[in-house]
Design a protein around this ligand. Structure first.
Ligand code: FPP
Length: 267
């Protein structure tokens, strides 16, 4: 499928710089900067979150168009409970509203939606709509949208460690059987390939307890743009930047005509 022109602020057609064969299949996003965006405009922080939903819709559409298959977004961290109660309530209501208003379209677009995190503390009416949205879209196979809510990477790892410790103690598995593969199979993201790319907006250079295990080898792209101003052009810039990286996974790049013996490090 042709992408069509995507012109940036310097009049470059970004679609020409993009390699459609190398679009990351799984992109994780820390959608940061909603509050600052609103405050800068003299608006309540909640306006930033509202606008953030529209941006998420735009990025979801762009991801599908580009051939990416999975988007995992950080919508509410385990630390976000410490925000003023009014903002927490607003976010909880926003999740419910978004699901109520958008789930039909999400389903028509053949998108499967999954919520990742501990849903226990959320109100029943949110849990209900999350569960019905997940069931409705369960068999969709065009695209997967993971929404992380009340999610924390450390908490996820501790939960798996505890589960494996219990199984080991009861004799169900041997300590020697505990390995990365087994650990992976118990994570909330089991069955999903790790993200190749993590995008964080608003210029902050932290992982903030997001997908700590899964991001082990992901490329990280920090955008200075606040999430409510993020758009398809900025998203494309992130992917183009990713495509220029040399992913070595801890190995070394093999240089043409150079063997280890020839290298300057050989004795
Ligand atoms: C971070 O900005 C953003 C959030 C905590 C919420 C993001 C949630 C959405 C965009 C709604 C998504 C909804 C669904 C159903 C998927 P911040 O408030 O931390 O910004 P700041 O760093 O400027 O304060």
């Amino acid at each position: 499928m042709s992408l069509g022109k995507i012109i940036d602020e310097k009049n470059n057609d970004l679609s020409k710089r993009l390699d459609m064969q190398k679009v990351p299949q799984h992109i994780a996003i820390i959608m940061d900067g909603n509050g600052r965006w609103a405050t800068k405009k003299g608006l309540p922080r909640t306006y930033g979150h509202k606008r953030g939903v529209n941006v998420l819709k735009e990025i979801l559409k762009a991801s599908k168009k580009l051939g990416c298959k999975v988007l995992t977004v950080y919508a509410f961290s385990t630390e976000n409970w410490t925000r003023p109660i009014k903002e927490v309530d607003f976010l909880i209501n926003l999740f419910r509203e978004v699901l109520r208003n958008e789930i039909e379209e999400i389903n028509e677009e053949s998108i499967k939606i999954k919520f990742i995190g501990d849903l226990t503390p959320f109100p029943e009416n949110l849990k209900k709509i999350i569960s019905s949205s997940e069931s409705l879209t369960r068999n969709n196979n065009e695209f997967l949208l993971n929404v992380c809510v009340n999610y924390g990477g450390r908490q996820e790892i501790v939960k798996v460690a505890k589960e494996l410790a219990i199984k080991t103690f009861s004799g169900e598995i041997k300590p020697s059987e505990v390995n990365e593969e087994l650990f992976n199979s118990k994570l909330l993201t089991r069955g999903i390939k790790d993200p190749e790319l993590l995008i964080r907006t608003s210029g902050e250079k932290r992982i903030s307890n997001f997908l700590l295990w899964q991001l082990a080898y992901s490329e990280i792209y920090i955008s200075d743009v606040l999430w409510p101003d993020f758009n398809e052009i900025e998203f494309l810039k992130a992917i183009i930047d990713y495509q220029s990286r040399n992913r070595r996974f801890g190995g070394i790049e093999s240089l043409p005509n150079e063997s280890l013996e020839d290298s300057q490090y050989s004795s």
